[in-house]
Design a protein around this ligand. Structure first.
Ligand code: AMP
Length: 303
């Protein structure tokens, strides 16, 4: 595993591999790596011959007053975690400085309209433009055949899929399942902000999703089709029951379009966001996708 901090450096390494016939994979991250990130690297290793992990805390996706300065940075620790993957470790860690990625004020940005106006886009109005622009840059720098993203950031993945389709970017995007702590809390670099009662309160998000899955299963058992309203209410009641969590949103949407689910839908994205202590946390499940439901239920503490 080698580290490069320059665009030229990563391009040389990728060009060498490509000319030898290698399939190139990219896993973009902001570092402070946890098992969720590492699962994406392992997935990428299965799909590509040369695996590049980028570690870059992208300032343009943080809004004013957000946690850009506080965001955890630990390149040495991240590299140790990647190396510990052994045969699944990436070949290249691309860890550029801000000036390398943004040598001048960019006047060109990439924007995916509409999909960025719901869910996290409401409380973070500039966030997704920052994401789509930096991911476009990373895709242009590395030019991977495949790029792996987590379903933890479901809206981000949906937006990136649409961006790649609309702009004919020659890359396959793969979504990896959410990795959870043993008590059900979705792993997140921002969990490092949580201590004591806040960490306990963070369980409310996955519990709310579990309540939605339970409501869907109860409806099905009664021979009914679950409705968006029932899923939303079940999740909302459960999240409201936690005084340590302040709801940002509880939404039930079509997982492909992020629009209200049509009549006759058989898959529903249930997405939640809440402020817990100093952190804003998100989580989701796709009701109607059995594997996603089961993974959520398997990891929770509600016994
Ligand atoms: P970040 O470093 O937060 O920008 O995340 C980098 C990538 O890791 C994104 O594609 C995230 O969706 C993904 N990711 C973050 N947390 C998890 C998790 N708990 N499970 C799976 N993927 C995750």
């Amino acid at each position: 595993m080698e580290r490069t901090t320059t665009i030229a450096g990563v391009r040389v390494r990728v060009a060498e591999a490509r000319s030898a016939g290698a399939r190139i994979g990219l896993v973009p991250t902001m570092g402070a790596l946890h098992a969720g990130h590492l699962s994406l690297v392992e997935r990428c290793r299965d799909l590509a011959d040369l695996v590049v992990v980028s570690i870059f805390v992208n300032p343009t996706q943080f809004g004013p007053g957000e946690d850009l300065d506080a965001y955890p940075r630990d390149l040495e620790g991240d590299e140790a975690a990647l190396r510990a993957l052994g045969p699944a470790a990436p070949d290249v860690v691309f860890a550029p400085a801000v000036d390398e990625v943004y040598p001048r004020d960019p006047v060109t940005t990439v924007s995916v309209r509409g999909l960025d106006q719901v869910l996290c886009g409401v409380s973070r109005p500039t966030h997704f433009d920052g994401v789509t622009t930096v991911v476009t840059k990373l895709l242009n720098i590395v030019q991977p055949d495949v790029a792996v993203f987590g379903r933890k950031d479901f809206q981000q993945l949906t937006i990136l899929r649409r961006m790649v389709a609309d702009l004919d970017v020659p890359v396959e995007l793969v979504g990896g399942p959410i990795v959870r702590e043993p008590d059900g809390v979705a792993m997140s670099s921002r969990n490092r902000y949580l201590e004591g009662v806040d960490r306990t309160a963070a369980r409310a998000l996955s519990r709310a999703l579990r309540a939605a899955v339970a409501a869907a299963r109860a409806a099905r058992a009664a021979g009914e089709v679950p409705s968006s309203g029932v899923l939303r209410d079940a999740a909302t009641v459960r999240l409201r029951a936690e005084p340590g969590a302040r709801i940002d949103y509880v939404e039930v949407l079509d997982p492909d379009t992020l629009a209200p689910p049509p009549d006759g839908a058989d898959r529903w994205l249930v997405a939640v966001a809440a402020f817990v202590g100093p952190a804003r946390l998100i989580d989701n499940v796709v009701v109607g996708e059995r594997a996603d439901e089961d993974a959520l239920l398997a990891a929770t503490d509600d016994r």
